[in-house]
Design a protein around this ligand. Structure first.
Ligand SMILES: Cc1cc2nc3c(=O)[nH]c(=O)nc-3n(C[C@H](O)[C@H](O)[C@H](O)COP(=O)(O)OP(=O)(O)OC[C@H]3O[C@@H](n4cnc5c(N)ncnc54)[C@H](O)[C@@H]3O)c2cc1C
Length: 334
C-alpha cells in the first residue's frame, strides 16, 4: 500500500514530528517486487533505532511482514521468523513454550528483521549467537538470496547489513537455532543475584524488571534506547584514563581493545541535566537521550553534538551514534 504525506511521529520511538512524502507498507513478499529502488529509499522496521530529524523526502519502505514457525531436532529448536514480527513477542513466546535461549534479549523493542542489522545485544548475549541464516531480497537487483551467519560480519552493534552499499537489502526472514543443551548466562552484574540454576523464565522476568527500572518506556518518554555506542579504546588510552579516573568502568574485549561505558562518560562530563529545547539526557541513564515533549530534530542533533563535544574534551574519547539519524534524504552523520 502506497501513501503520500504520512505522519511519522508514531512510526519511530523518538516520536519527533515528521512526515514521509512517499510511504509504502510491505505486507507480503510479492510487494517487494514492485518497488523501484532509489538512492533516497529507506527500509523501516518498528523505528526504535531510527530518529527522523526532518520530513523524509525519499521513499520509506515499512516492513509489515508477518508469520513464523518453530521446528525441533534432537539437539535444538529451529525458528524461522518473518522480519516484520515483533522481537520481544518471540522472546516471550519461546520462553513460555519452554524453549530457552533468548531470555537475556527480552524487552528490546523493534522488529525481528532489524535485530541482525545491529546485532542486538543485552545482558551478555547477542543475537549473532543464535542466527543460522538471514533471508534477503535485494530491492535494487530484484533477487532473493540467503546469507549464512558466518557471512553476516556480526560485530558489536554491527553487521554487513549496516553497510551503505547494502542499503537495498531487505531482510525478509531470520533463522535462529536455540540449542537444547542450555545454561543461563548470568555474568552481567544485574543478573548475578539470580540462583545459578535459574530457568529461562526466571532470567527473562529479571531482565524485564531491570530494564523497566533503568530504561524509560518509549510509550511514556519517547526515546531510541542507547543513543551512542560504548566506545572502544586501546591499552595506552585506558592507562591514561585510569591515572585520572581510577573508578572508570571498562570491559576488556581482547588483548588490545577495551570497551568503556558511554553512559558513565556522559554522566561524569556533567551532562545529566543537559537539554536543548525539548530534547534532554535521561536522568536515570545518561546514555539515553529523550524527547521530553515537543522536541524538534534540531534539538536532538544539537544535544547529541554537545554531548559528543563535552565527552571528547574531558576524556579524549570519540562517541559515535548507535541510532540511525535520518535527515530529509537519508542518513546524517553528527
Ligand atoms: C527503550 C529502548 C531500549 C533498547 N535497548 C536495546 C538493547 O538493549 N540492545 C540493543 O541492541 N538495542 C536496543 N535498542 C535499539 C533497538 O531496539 C534495536 O536496534 C532494534 O533492533 C531496532 O528494531 P526496529 O525494527 O525498531 O529497527 P528500525 O529502527 O526500524 O531500523 C533500524 C535499522 O535497521 C534497518 N532495518 C530495519 N528493518 C530492516 C529489514 N527488514 N531489512 C533490512 N534492514 C532493516 C533500518 O534501515 C535501520 O538501519 C533499544 C531501543 C529502545 C527504544
Amino acid at each position: 500500500m502506497r501513501f503520500r504525506m504520512t505522519a511519522l511521529h508514531n512510526k519511530h520511538s523518538f516520536a519527533l514530528k515528521a512526515e514521509a512524502s512517499d510511504y509504502l507498507a510491505i505486507k507480503k513478499l510479492s510487494d517487494l517486487e514492485k518497488i523501484v529502488w532509489t538512492k533516497d529509499s529507506w527500509i523501516l522496521g518498528a523505528g526504535s533505532n531510527t530518529v527522523f530529524t526532518q520530513n523524509y523526502a525519499g521513499q520509506l519502505i515499512h516492513n509489515c511482514l508477518s508469520g513464523g514457525e518453530i521446528s525441533e531436532t534432537d539437539d535444538s529448536y529451529e525458528l524461522c521468523i518473518a522480519s516484520g514480527e515483533n522481537w520481544h513477542e518471540w522472546v516471550t513466546r519461546t520462553v513460555r513454550q519452554g524453549i530457552p535461549g533468548l531470555e537475556n534479549l527480552a524487552l528490546i523493542p523493534g522488529s525481528v528483521g532489524a535485530a541482525p542489522v545491529q546485532n542486538i545485544g543485552a545482558y551478555g548475549v547477542e543475537i549473532s549467537r543464535f542466527v543460522t541464516q538471514v533471508d534477503v531480497y535485494d530491492l535494487a537487483e530484484h533477487r532473493s538470496f540467503h546469507l549464512a551467519a558466518a557471512d553476516c560480519q556480526f560485530a558489536y552493534r554491527d553487521s554487513i547489513f549496516k553497510k551503505v552499499e547494502h542499503a537495498s537489502w531487505f531482510i525478509t526472514a531470520v533463522h535462529l537455532s536455540l540449542p537444547k543443551d542450555w545454561a543461563p548466562v548470568l555474568e552481567y552484574p544485574d543478573l548475578q543475584g539470580l540462583p545459578v540454576r535459574s530457568d529461562a523464565s526466571q532470567v527473562m522476568q529479571k531482565v524485564i524488571e531491570v530494564r523497566q527500572n533503568k530504561l524509560p518506556d518509549p510509550r511514556q518518554i519517547p526515546n531510541a534506547g542507547s543513543f551512542f555506542k560504548n566506545p572502544v579504546v586501546d591499552e595506552s588510552h585506558l592507562e591514561q584514563l585510569l591515572k585520572e579516573y581510577p573508578d572508570i568502568p571498562y570491559f576488556r574485549i581482547n588483548e588490545s581493545q577495551i570497551k568503556l561505558a558511554a553512559g558513565w562518560l556522559i554522566d561524569q562530563a556533567g551532562l545529566k541535566t543537559c537539554s536543548f529545547g525539548g530534547a534532554g539526557v535521561h536522568q536515570k541513564q545518561a546514555l539515553v537521550l529523550v524527547n521530553r515533549g515537543e522536541a524538534t530534530g534540531d534539538d536532538v542533533l544539537q544535544l547529541a553534538q554537545r554531548v559528543r563535544q563535552e565527552v571528547n574534551k574531558k576524556f579524549a574519547v570519540h562517541l559515535s551514534p548507535e541510532v540511525r539519524l535520518l535527515g530529509e534524504k537519508g542518513l546524517l552523520s553528527l
